[in-house]
Design a protein around this ligand. Structure first.
Ligand code: NIG
Ligand code: FE
Length: 424
């Protein structure tokens, strides 16, 4: 094939992290294999990666007439790596909870604020009151900042509506971020995020809210084609194991795949439930036993770590080391949400995954690229640098990828490319 106008060569990078290896989720020692090429070049054709290899080979081929029209972008002294994939966010919300941040810093407890009608319920009030366009505008600004920090692919959950119309509105906004703004997005219905104000009076009201999730909200969301996944917050102060099981079973019957908020505050059965239902991922996992780790591994559930939330809430960090040693595929996500973690910089969260959860830098990168992509069913589109995948990648202002953790929080993400275009 001859030169094409849309051909761009990112040349002679100090390191290209290809993540060459198995297509499935990586576990154990596989999580440390970045498939690094040194002095390497990567060729983009239109929206896709067309070629990756030694820079010398690229030069030879180019002299032989290949890649002739390629626009050359010198990457000497830089690192090229897959763009980050953020597999757990609540990034569509209205308003803020800056007041709670200050309350918590002066000693108030997240769970107590929630039980008293603040927390998630505060964001529900603000989100219900917002129009779709207001919600879209606030969320677009947020996701654009998140992309500037290195992520081009996102999972977005509902869960600040907790009634049909407001849940649908949140999910429609997430779809618009995909269809109008060009972000790569998977959506998750998290109607089982909290018991809303109006259902808090009695056990019967509570039961009828769960009934409403199963018989009204989930079916309508599926009917409208607005969700790829369903999620449940199964934890102390949220939904019990039995309630969560009901919602998950209904979601499966409706054809949705599952993700589960599990074991953030205690052992209430969330991780076991995720294993029983063979969820795509179990998330948080601050409190986890050997038996629960084994159950996740055997069921092929990805463990998604959210260390930003541990930092913000001053909670223990999930034991990422034990999960890797136990052979569970691990992913890392921002959990970006208005309360427990409004951090938008997934690249910085990788630092926390190392310092807090004890992953190595290589493991953290696999966790927030390929493993995250696989957990979202996008392993053939993004997460590695291989021909045929979408050209979603980062240019780092360093010659050693470990600086992403060593200097966590520094502006090392110099360029962000998505589908062959520079977007930040
Ligand atoms: O993943 N744990 C439950 N849900 C979110 C927090 C949501 C909020 O505080 O608004 C989380 O941390
Ligand atoms: Fe969450």
């Amino acid at each position: 094939t001859g030169p094409r106008p849309g051909t761009i060569a990112l040349t002679d990078a100090a390191q290209v992290l290809t993540l060459a290896g198995p297509a499935g989720a990586r576990a154990g020692a596989e999580m440390r294999e970045l498939g690094i090429l040194e002095h390497a070049t990567l060729v983009i054709e239109d929206k896709k990666l067309a070629w990756v290899g030694a820079h010398e080979q690229f030069t030879a081929r180019r002299e032989a007439g290949e890649f002739a029209g390629a626009q050359v972008h010198d990457c000497r002294g830089k690192v090229l790596m897959p763009a980050l994939v953020d597999p757990h966010t609540h990034l569509v919300w209205a308003g803020d909870r800056r007041d709670e941040l200050e309350l918590r810093l002066r000693g108030a407890d997240y769970e107590e604020i929630f039980a008293a009608g603040g927390g998630i319920l505060s964001s529900v009030r603000q989100t219900r009151a917002a129009s779709e366009d207001q919600l879209y505008g606030q969320s677009l600004a947020r996701i654009t900042r998140m992309r500037a920090c290195g992520a081009t692919t996102f999972e977005i959950k509902s869960g600040y509506g907790l009634e049909l119309e407001a849940e649908l509105r949140q999910l429609r906004v997430a779809r618009r971020l995909r269809d109008e703004a060009g972000f790569r997005i998977k959506t998750t219905c998290l109607a089982a995020h909290a018991i809303p104000e109006e259902a808090r009076g009695s056990e019967a009201a509570r039961a009828s809210f769960i009934e409403r999730i199963c018989e009204q909200i989930l079916p309508a969301v599926v009917e409208a084609g607005l969700a790829d996944y369903a999620d449940v917050f199964c934890d102390r102060g949220a939904f019990t194991r039995d309630e969560a099981a009901k919602v998950l079973a209904r979601a499966v019957a409706l054809g949705l795949e599952l993700r589960v908020h599990a074991n953030e505050f205690g052992h209430t059965g969330g991780a076991e439930l995720a294993a029983e239902f063979r969820a795509r991922s179990a998330d948080h996992l601050l409190h986890l036993s050997d038996g629960e780790r084994a159950a996740l591994r055997e069921a092929g559930v990805t463990a998604t770590l959210l260390p930003g939330t541990s930092l913000v809430l001053a909670k223990p960090y999930a034991n990422g080391r034990a999960l890797v040693e136990a052979g569970v595929p691990v992913a890392v996500a921002s959990d970006c949400n208005p309360g427990s973690c409004a951090l938008e910089n997934l690249a910085m969260v990788l630092g926390l995954a190392c310092y807090g959860c004890k992953l190595t830098p290589a493991e953290a990168i696999v966790a927030a690229t390929h493993n995250a992509a696989v957990s979202l069913g996008l392993g053939d589109e993004v997460g590695r640098l291989a021909p045929g995948l979408d050209a979603d990648l980062l240019v780092l202002e360093t010659d050693d990828y470990r600086d992403l953790v060593y200097h966590a929080g520094s502006p090392l993400v110099r360029e962000v490319w998505s589908r062959g275009q520079r977007v930040a």
